[in-house]
Design a protein around this ligand. Structure first.
Ligand code: NAP
Length: 913
């Protein structure tokens, strides 16, 4: 190999810089000079800086020629380095023949096409536009023609259907091109470099695509040619189409992300007229659909309007966004300050149209910009805001918008909704009363509404929208679109951050939420604060932590020798999830289910109980402030018989999470099977046994026994539905319970000293009256309550105690879901039969035992058929512990890690190698 090669590199950009680095690795060559373009502002080309870092002389010429003649001074400077070979890796300048022939061994030049095809500056674009099946590059000996010199080497690759100008360059033309330049120089050094004369057969010289007139997309051609043209200019500069607006005006746009569309007709698209196209194109949820002259379709995913890139599916939504024009002096001063930050990063003068990324910024620059802007303007900002608004003027517009909002939150939106002003608990709280679909509050179809009754005074509190079957469909479509669109773009960790932000907002608004919950459901305020809202917040925080820890396994399966096999599982979200919840803990039931569902990566719609939807609607407002993309969470108050049923029946809902009564649970399971075999989990009713042995700590047993029944006025799914009290302590237990009940404060749930509020709604209240009448009729002893609280308006039901309850009585078998204690005696010598009696129910939600005998306690835990077992405690649930019933109390867990699995599906992948 000749070591006397003295190389001049003439070119620019990363490609040339990489070729330079490669040649420097071959220490036998001498790089005697690098010739490149002048600096742009204060930013020099990367080839110049790479050369300077290796102490190679750098020459920056604006031009090598004037009026077709080589500039003598420039040629003299070139000659001064004494090169024996010119290497032109990527050169945009016209190099005079005096220089091309100025090196004794000549000049070798990289060209990104298989010459003689696609001579000219836009070879890669034309490779795609012409639908070539192979792409490639050539290294040729430069002569005085345009890409006509003899060939030294060529390399080729198949053009893939997914290729665009960007992909083919990045995956092949660039990396293989750099390597091949190194090989070509080696061949020159070894004297083995061929000079193969180019034939003129099949030669083309193609127009330069940097001229705007050449970028116009001709729509009068086949779908395939339209597709090839768009991908040939993707991502720079983009094919130009013209939108014809309804008012007769025209708007030029650029199209990106094209593919042939063969999925059949689109549903729910909106027509968009394009100049040169006889039939309208269609904006649909997957993009913009254009019909070619052959009747086939091209779909375009992204559109650039002005400097802003949008999803084509958002075309009609984006039209509403008007830029700010009325800047104040202070805002204009901020503009100057912002421009200074941009300039310091980009090292070039900043104009309104400066694009952060086109100016060469990388990911570290994004981090720096975000940090500096946050510090300078005291405004929260995320990296994604830079990606959403990469052009200076847009970025400034976005900054001013968030500063004007004053919330300090760049993602916060001004929420418009119809609501009512709740004045309670020394507060004024705005509560939305419309359906929440696709990130906005809207009326129900035909303005249908439901009356919301305050159980404390039986008055109408407000009216809320009542979802119809069509409204449910609208929400499902929004959730479906979000699942396959915006939500997919949110990484698991970002998902967790959104959930944490939501939990923080719930915490900030917890007094408001607890007040609404208390007024709407009758829950005592302090309990609402601690449990209804407190445990809801805990659930969001707990499941937020799971988002980036959902992982599969690698599984050692048997390989088919001699091959090896890798098998692994992926845990994937299911899709659109429907949630249906009851009225006893409205926000907590929502949160238990939805936090797990969202953490797993699903989108959802919830139909809360028709009697108490208000906290769910306030919660919906907070999801917007937290920054959840539209469609991920939808809230639809409505009736179970139509809206709830529509959720269970919907073909696009793939999982249903239900909490409610056993009869409705059975009905729903049938609907899930009949519609589309959707997965379901059912948290249903209970009749939980609590056994109190004489050897217990009686004070504790009375305290917990009381709360096992009267907590949340008995509207508690795990409420102890039946107490078995050992005969030796039975009377004393009853005496103490009655004593405590007589001192229980009943009244306004917002009053801090109240222990017992009104029942949730009238139908339920009436059922409790009937339940007690039946107990009396069957011969049980009513020792306390069993009736309305005298002289009190509202659904106030007396805490009630029945004794002498026999196993076959209705009240021994069926759930009351109210503040009714059902007590049966047992003899301490017959532990087996009390266990057997405790299991003699079709329910299996929870259970409890009070005893100091650890063997008895553990034996109970072994034998009881219930999803939850409490020992010497009751109602001790936690968001980290799985919760859910056995038998006709349903299946599937809420809470804990197990709840995640309810909202995930497992995919098994096997690879042979
Ligand atoms: P429910 O009558 O079964 O109602 C529950 C939910 O289902 C409500 O949103 C209801 O809408 C809706 N619904 C009614 N019919 C429907 C249908 N055909 N299709 C779809 N949805 C329908 O129960 P509830 O009276 O609200 O709640 C009390 C029951 O829930 C009790 O049995 C209690 O034990 C149980 N619960 C269980 C748990 C648990 O974790 N296991 C927790 C809390 C409560 P409407 O509002 O229009 O009726």
């Amino acid at each position: 190999m000749s070591s006397s090669l003295r190389i001049a590199i003439i070119g620019q950009s990363n490609f040339a810089a990489d070729v330079l680095e490669l040649l420097l690795e071959r220490s036998i060559f001498q790089i005697v000079g690098v010739f490149t373009i002048p600096d742009k502002g204060s930013r020099e080309d990367v080839l110049a800086s790479t050369a300077a870092s290796h102490n190679i002389p750098v020459f920056k010429f604006a031009s090598w020629r004037r009026k077709g003649m080589a500039l003598p001074d420039v040629v003299a400077q070139y000659k001064s380095v004494g090169a024996t070979l010119n290497v032109l890796p990527y050169c945009s300048q016209f190099i005079p023949i005096e220089v091309i022939d100025g090196a004794s061994l000549g000049s070798i030049c990289y060209h990104p096409s298989l010459l003689p095809r696609h001579r000219g500056a836009s070879a890669i674009s034309w490779t795609l536009i012409e639908g070539d099946e192979v792409a490639g590059f050539s290294i040729f000996w430069a002569d005085d023609g345009l890409d006509t010199g003899p060939l030294l080497l060529q390399r080729q690759t198949n053009v893939e259907p997914t290729d665009t100008l960007d992909t083919i360059y990045k995956r092949f033309l660039y990396p293989e091109g750099v390597k091949a330049m190194g090989e070509a120089v080696d061949m020159v050094a070894q004297g083995t470099a061929p000079k193969i004369i180019q034939t003129e057969v099949s030669a083309t010289y193609d127009p330069a695509m940097f001229k705007a007139e050449n970028q116009l997309l001709d729509l009068q051609q086949s779908a395939e040619r339209i597709w090839n043209f768009v991908r040939g200019l993707d991502s720079v500069p983009g094919a130009i189409a013209t939108v014809l607006e309804d008012d007769g005006s025209e708007q030029q746009v650029r199209l990106f992300g094209a593919h042939i569309y063969s999925a059949g007709p689109v549903k729910g698209g909106q027509p968009l007229k394009l100049k040169g196209l006889a039939k309208p194109a269609w904006v649909h949820e997957g993009g913009l659909l254009i019909e070619g002259t052959d009747g086939a379709f091209v779909n375009v995913r992204r559109i650039k309007r002005g400097s802003k890139m949008i999803n084509a599916s958002d075309w009609f939504k984006q039209a509403e966004h008007q830029p700010i024009t009325d800047f104040t002096d202070d805002e204009l001063a901020k503009r100057t300050q912002l421009s200074g930050i941009w300039q310091a990063i980009l090292k070039e003068p900043i104009e309104a149209t400066t694009d952060f990324f086109a100016a060469g910024a990388g990911s570290m620059d994004v981090v720096r910009l975000v940090e500096e802007v946050k510090e300078a303007f005291d405004v929260p900002l995320e990296n994604e805001h830079v990606f959403m608004a990469p052009v200076f003027e847009e970025f400034f517009d976005q900054l001013i918008r968030s500063l004007r909002q004053g919330s300090g939150d760049a993602s916060a939106k001004q929420l418009n909704y119809e609501g009512f002003l709740l004045q309670a608990n020394k507060r004024e709280i705005r509560v939305p009363t419309q359906l929440f679909i696709n990130g906005a509050f809207i009326d129900a179809e035909q303005q249908r509404t439901l009356d919301i009754i305050n159980p404390t005074d039986e008055q109408v509190l407000c009216q809320v929208a009542c979802a119809s079957v069509n409204d449910v469909d609208k929400a499902v479509q929004a959730a479906h679109k979000a699942f396959f669109g915006a939500w997919k773009q949110v990484s698991p960790r970002q998902r967790g951050q959104l959930m944490l932000k939501l939990a923080d907002l719930m915490e900030q608004h917890k007094e408001e939420l607890a007040t609404i919950e208390s007024v709407d459901s009758g829950a005592v305020y302090t309990l609402a604060l601690k449990t209804h809202i407190g445990m809801s917040i805990d659930a969001w925080r707990y499941f937020a932590g799971w988002c980036d820890k959902i992982q599969g396994n690698t599984i050692p399966v048997n390989p088919a020798r001699p091959n090896n096999v890798l098998t692994f599982t992926r845990k994937e979200p299911i899709g659109v999830v429907g949630l249906i919840t009851p009225w006893n803990y409205p926000l907590m039931m929502l949160s238990w289910k939805m936090a797990a569902c969202i953490a797993a990566g699903n989108t959802c719609l919830i139909k809360p109980a028709q009697t108490c939807p208000l906290t769910a609607l306030k919660f919906a407002e907070l999801t917007v402030l937290a920054g959840f993309p539209p469609g991920v969470i939808n809230v639809l108050p409505g009736k179970g018989s139509d809206a709830g049923q529509a959720v269970a029946d919907h073909q696009l809902v793939r999982k249903l999470g239900f909490t409610g009564s056993t009869p409705i649970g059975k009905h729903i399971m049938k609907s899930c099977a009949a519609s589309n075999l959707k997965k379901c989990s059912l948290e249903l009713g209970g009749k939980s046994p609590l056994i109190i042995f004489a050897d217990c700590d009686l004070d504790k047993a009375v305290k917990h026994g009381m709360s096992s029944v009267f907590f949340n006025k008995g509207e508690n799914c795990i409420a102890a539905g039946r107490l078995f009290v050992e005969d030796r302590i039975h009377d004393e237990f009853v005496r103490r319970v009655l004593k405590d009940l007589r001192s229980m404060t009943i009244g306004d749930p917002l009053n801090r000293s109240t222990a017992h509020g009104p029942q949730n709604h009238k139908a339920h209240f009436d059922k409790l009256l009937e339940y007690c009448e039946r107990g009396v009729a069957e011969g049980a002893t009513l020792v306390y309550g069993g009736c309305r609280v005298p002289n009190l308006k509202g659904y106030f039901f007396m805490p009630t105690v029945f004794t002498n309850v026999e196993d076959d009585m209705f009240i021994a078998q069926e759930e009351s879901f109210g503040p009714i204690m059902i007590i049966s005696k047992f003899n301490g010598s017959d532990v087996d039969s009390v266990m057997e009696r405790a299991n003699r129910t079709e329910y299996g939600l929870a259970s409890g035992v009070f005893t100091k005998d650890i063997s008895k306690a553990l034996s109970f835990a072994d034998r009881i058929e219930a999803g939850t077992v409490f020992v010497n405690v009751y109602n001790k649930t936690d968001v980290a512990a799985p919760f859910g019933g056995f038998k006709q109390s349903g299946f599937g867990k809420d809470l804990g890690q197990e709840a995640l699995n309810e909202y995930l599906k497992t995919k098994c992948v096997t690879i042979e190698y």
